[in-house]
Ligand binder design. Structure first.
Ligand SMILES: Nc1ncnc2c1ncn2[C@@H]1O[C@H](COP(=O)(O)OP(=O)(O)O)[C@@H](O)[C@H]1O
Ligand SMILES: [Mg+2]
Length: 435
């Protein structure tokens, strides 16, 4: 796995942590995956009440798992690791108060101590370490925790890895702590605040995020332009070309992300409700996604009674683009198929989009509509949340289900139901206008 993808994967693992236990587990398992020479590691967490660092989780390399295989650390693996003898032993170590020399060691990021000197020797002997390396987890100089590792941190590779991991762990640990604070606020908002104040807070939050996204988008457009000009002056060799590619890709990703955030935060209102042809928006969406014809086949089946829909055509096109793009991404480099069909059921037009890309495993399917839910290292997790917003704005519903085909292949099936609005003249015939 290349360095960049590995970092993306670690970020996703950290982002998906909902509890401090999960985060502790991810941090230690990541350490062993990134620093193979590390034999044991113990995470200490800072306790504000007693102003001391307490052992929280200890893990040995032999008990660890390869994190490259996961999007989130499975709960049963974490429980098993917590039951291991080394963890019980580590947890018995007394809290380390400010007055203790160990406290200093836990905060000094030196990661190059050999097991000499009284305090270090005592720590090494208790935890069974040959070497003692350490890095602290801080948020703006506020200590959140510290990790001690049994690895020779004089090795440049080990030190470099720790330098990369330290800020990642700090940012996500800080986020998780704030998240519980936000959840607290949310529950206070839900229970303790009058509903008009709650609405106002949410409105302000939405406004703030869309304004931030707008500002970032403008800045990124400028940076992309300047970077393209600068690129000509950069001496080209393998390493710099690789860096240029990564910078460009990341800038584009930020751009896409803020566009999605902006749309999501603003929400959707059906501005223009007209009758439009489903076939036209399917074709336009396929062009926008850029279906790779050599390995993705799209089969459409438009029922004559469900040829036209009423609504906002540009928003409905966005729905199709987001769903199709996911199918194409799920198919990846294999050969695959996407089916799009429409049907009429009483006063409802149904649109079904399905693929044979494998579907969703080990996760409730409805999670995919949650904002920021993504299993991709470069996903925004907003595509389907936006789909849901648009469909709801059209007074419709959208569901996703796993599906199995006759030949045993699996895939994902989306069903969108939209009410048939007949006030502008019905949608049955071809004489009704439409785009
Ligand atoms: N057709 C599909 N097949 C398998 N998984 C899918 C499909 N569509 C969506 N998903 C899953 O749903 C997640 C959320 O999708 P989305 O909201 O578009 O965000 P993103 O594409 O940025 O990850 C994806 O990361 C993927 O795990
Ligand atoms: Mg998507």
């Amino acid at each position: 796995m290349n360095e960049w993808r590995l970092i993306g994967n670690i970020q996703r693992l950290l982002f998906n942590c909902e509890t401090i236990e999960q985060m502790g587990g991810v941090i230690l398992n990541v350490l062993f995956s990134v620093i193979p020479e590390c034999r044991k590691a113990v995470l200490f967490l800072y306790d504000n009440g007693s102003e001391s660092l307490k052992p929280f989780f200890g893990l040995e390399a032999s008990e660890s798992v390869n994190i490259e295989e996961y999007n989130a650390l499975p709960e049963e693996i974490l429980r098993k690791q917590m039951r291991a003898p080394f963890n019980s032993h580590a947890l018995k170590y007394p809290s380390v108060g400010r007055a203790s020399p160990f406290f200093e060691i836990l905060l000094n990021d030196s990661c190059s101590m050999e097991c000499r000197g009284d305090t270090v020797a005592e720590i090494c002997s208790y935890f069974g370490f040959k070497n003692l390396g350490e890095f602290s987890i801080k948020s703006r100089e506020k200590v959140l925790g510290s990790v001690i590792v049994d690895a020779n941190c004089r090795t440049a590779g080990v030190r470099e890895s720790m330098e990369v991991l330290k800020p990642l762990f700090s940012i996500y640990m800080d986020d998780l702590m704030k998240a519980s604070y936000i959840e607290d606020m949310e529950s206070r908002l839900e229970t303790g605040y009058p509903s008009n104040m709650r609405r106002e807070s949410l409105y302000r939050l939405g406004r703030a995020s869309s304004w931030i996204a707008h500002e970032i988008k403008n800045a990124v457009i400028g940076v992309i332009g300047l970077f393209r000009r600068l690129e000509k002056y950069i001496k080209k060799d393998n390493k710099s070309e690789n860096y240029i590619r990564v910078i460009e890709k990341e800038l584009e990703r930020i751009y896409e992300f803020v566009v999605d955030i902006n749309q999501y935060a603003k929400g959707f209102k059906v501005n223009e409700s007209v009758l439009f042809s489903v076939e036209t928006i399917i074709e336009e969406s396929m062009n926008a996604v850029g279906i790779p014809n050599s390995f993705v086949t799209v089969v459409t089946n438009i029922h004559p009674n469900a040829r036209y829909i009423q609504g906002d055509p540009s928003q409905m096109k966005q729905v199709l683009i987001n769903i199709l793009k996911n199918s194409v991404e799920a198919i990846g480099k294999r050969k695959g198929k996407i089916w799009i069909s429409t049907a009429r059921n009483g006063d409802v037009v149904e649109i079904e989009i399905k693929d044979n890309a494998g579907g969703i495993e080990g996760e409730p399917v409805h999670n995919i509509f949650k904002p920021f839910y993504s299993t991709k290292s470069h996903g925004t997790g907003l595509g389907l949340a936006i789909v849901k917003q648009i469909i709801l704005a059209h007074s419709g519903t959208v569901e996703a289900h796993n599906t199995t085909f006759g030949n045993g292949e699996k895939g994902l099936r989306f069903k969108i139901k939209l009410p048939l609005k007949t006030e502008s003249g019905g949608v049955d015939g071809e004489n009704n206008g439409g785009r």
